[in-house]
Design a protein. Structure first.
Length: 175
């Protein structure tokens, strides 16, 4: 579940993710066209020390231990999670959190929203999540009442240019 939030990946992309798609040296998850809903390949980079890198590293260590115990190679990143298992885990988690209406796809929306709020450009966000258009991105980037308040707060705060212009025009000086 955490992978969905950290990458904006679709549930199917995450459940079918294979170790051959993760390059720890290049620090990148490379989804092939056949791995994605849109049929378009995309890359999701990550950096050492980030929550995504730590999640992938812990999972790799766990799977390597399982491979040694079972004397076999495991190609899937999350071999223990079939779609039915994921659904069961998901329903338990949202019930425990008191959020029964939450769907796995909402983590994708959360990724988009967080990326935009942190200043990641729309173009980069579209590429990371694999949307075909910016219009689709707009459906995911939901504006809240807090966003509106923040927008008005920013507009009410003069920029350096506005302050300099007012001083030159004599505004704000005693008359």
């Amino acid at each position: 579940m955490r992978l969905l939030y950290l990458t904006g990946m679709r549930t199917g992309e995450a459940l079918n993710l294979e170790w051959s798609r993760i390059d720890f040296q290049a620090q990148e998850i490379a989804l092939r066209a056949r791995d994605t809903k849109t049929g378009k390949a995309r890359a999701i980079p990550f950096e050492s020390g980030t929550p995504l890198a730590e999640l992938l590293t812990r999972q790799r260590e766990s799977i390597k231990a399982l491979e040694r115990r079972e004397s076999r190679v495991i190609v899937q990143v999350f071999p223990e999670v079939a779609p039915v298992t994921f659904k069961r885990w998901w329903l338990r988690a949202v019930k425990a959190a008191g959020l029964p209406a939450l769907r796995p796809h909402d983590l994708r929306r959360s990724f988009v929203r967080e990326a935009i709020r942190r200043g990641v450009s729309e173009g980069v966000t579209v590429a990371l999540v694999g949307h075909r258009t910016r219009a689709m991105l707009a459906r995911y980037d939901i504006t809240s009442a807090q966003d509106l308040r923040e927008g008005m707060r920013r507009l009410a705060t003069p920029t350096d240019t506005q302050t300099d212009t007012r001083k030159k025009a004599g505004e704000g000086e005693p008359t």
